[in-house]
Design a protein around this ligand. Structure first.
Ligand code: FES
Ligand code: FE2
Length: 448
């Protein structure tokens, strides 16, 4: 018996028209992108309070592996214990507060504070201090590192600075857990990973990836490949998060030959599709007529062949895609996990864009972080695994074309938003995911 595939939600989901009356805000004050006061509110109600992306499990693969996670001027240690559990601690020695760790590394036995040599085990317990017997009555059990909630989902590490945080699974919600599970995100390898401090507010980044309205203006070459039709998009809005699906179809698909040409051009824009092309060609050849033309029977299109080729290719590589629908073989789903993780995901691959406020608290800057993940057979994972690139010199890293176009656009928007003569941005119907994001943001700022 075939079990229901969670991706079938798209068939029943509501489109733009049905969501129009939702009451999500459409006028967004630009001061929220420029003022120190609003940045303070975000710090208090969001960055100190919510679950946030803090890395991939693969960054701390073995016992003792640790990494520092920084948000604004706060710093935390994330470390895998001997028991395999990943834990989080405030990155400050309990003696006189020195930072214990910077960057990442492996601590086989534990952490040693450089200042006066207090030491802690991987579970945060104070092990010893210099000339311990001579230091008076200190209760070592009271001087463990201060724990912070850390949990994992889909291979991602999440951290919440609030010691009373609800569990991550509750924050994400049952639907998010269930809908994302069949993609097997936790088995994917990081193949691109770049961070850079850029001159725009963190929400400029989030907004930019939550709508396709700017594709005609900023990414015109995408129009040669994808047919854009916002009326076919489907949405689900959760308490904090959202998912949108714009069904993939090739542009100008007038004849089977044109459709095939459109799909064959995909790898130029979506490199993840390159591996699928040999199987795609094979499947297409079944419909080739003697005169070299292509005739599709009813129900067969370039889209359905692409889906079949993707399923066959991934299955052949060893990825179990039985839990994913045919549409999920070709269609990207855009997820927003509040506050700062945008992910576009399709069978076998995912791309994320994140942004955190500038560490020094300048509302006109942020650190954006872009990463790609692919499902690869075991023997290829180390070959394609990418380390984090921290870009220090603006413009020195060349992002792939579409990302480069966004990278160049975002500071331009920030400069406009800094004008005090402008009072608010005006969102259109097609930007409903952006509206929902600001609805959730307002709810958190209000402490709800
Ligand atoms: S501050 Fe860490 S040992 Fe003194
Ligand atoms: Fe874009």
């Amino acid at each position: 018996m075939e079990t229901a595939r969670t991706g079938e939600w798209v068939e029943e989901a509501r489109g733009l028209d049905e969501y129009q009356q939702q009451g999500f805000p459409t006028q967004i004050p630009n001061s929220e992108y420029t003022s120190h006061e609003f940045q303070q509110l975000e710090r208090e109600h969001i960055w100190n309070k919510v679950w946030q992306f803090a890395g991939r499990e693969s960054e701390v693969p073995g016992p003792g592996d640790w990494k520092e996670y920084k948000i604004l001027d706060q710093t935390y240690i994330i470390v895998r214990g001997k028991d395999g559990t990943i834990r989080g601690f405030v990155n400050a020695c309990r003696h006189r507060g020195n930072v214990l760790c910077q960057g990442s590394g492996t601590a086989k036995r534990g952490f040693l504070c450089q200042y006066h040599l207090w030491s802690y085990d991987l579970e945060g317990k104070l092990l010893g201090m210099l000339r311990e017997k001579a230091q008076g009555d200190l209760d070592k059990d009271d001087l463990s590192l201060i724990p912070v909630p850390v949990d994992t989902f889909g291979g991602f590490i999440f951290l919440n600075p609030d010691p009373d945080a609800q569990p991550l699974s509750v924050y994400l919600g049952e639907d998010v857990n269930r809908l994302l599970a069949p993609y097997r995100l936790e088995e994917m390898t990081t193949v691109m990973n770049v961070r850079e401090n850029i001159p725009c507010n963190w929400k400029v980044v989030m907004d930019a990836f939550e709508e396709g309205y700017h594709i005609s203006g900023i990414h015109p070459e995408l129009l040669n490949v994808i047919a854009l039709d916002p009326t076919t998009s489907k949405f689900q809005f959760f308490d904090n998060h959202s998912v949108a699906c714009a069904p993939f179809d090739v542009a100008n698909s007038l004849s089977p030959e044109d459709e095939i040409l459109g799909i064959k051009a995909l790898p130029e824009t979506f490199p993840g599709t390159a591996a699928v092309m040999p199987r795609f060609d094979e499947l297409v050849s079944e419909y080739q007529t003697d005169d070299g033309r292509v005739a599709f029977p009813d129900g067969v299109t370039g889209r359905t062949i692409l889906q079949q080729a993707t399923r066959d290719t991934l299955t052949g590589m060893g990825l179990d895609v039985s839990g994913l629908t045919d549409a999920q073989m070709s269609d990207n789903h855009g997820w927003v996990l509040f506050p700062n993780l945008f992910m576009t995901i399709r069978a076998g691959e995912a791309h994320i864009v994140m942004a955190v406020p500038d560490p020094d608290g300048d509302p006109n800057r942020c650190i954006w972080h872009v990463a790609s993940f692919m499902w690869l057979p075991e023997e290829l994972r180390d070959v394609y695994k990418a380390d984090l690139v921290e870009v220090d010199e603006p413009g020195s890293y060349k992002y792939f074309l579409a990302l480069q176009q966004d990278y160049e656009q975002m500071p331009r928007q920030q400069r406009g938003l800094r004008n005090t003569g402008l009072k608010y941005m005006s969102l259109v119907k097609e930007e409903i995911v952006v509206s929902h994001f600001h609805h959730v943001l307002n709810k958190h700022i209000a402490g709800l």
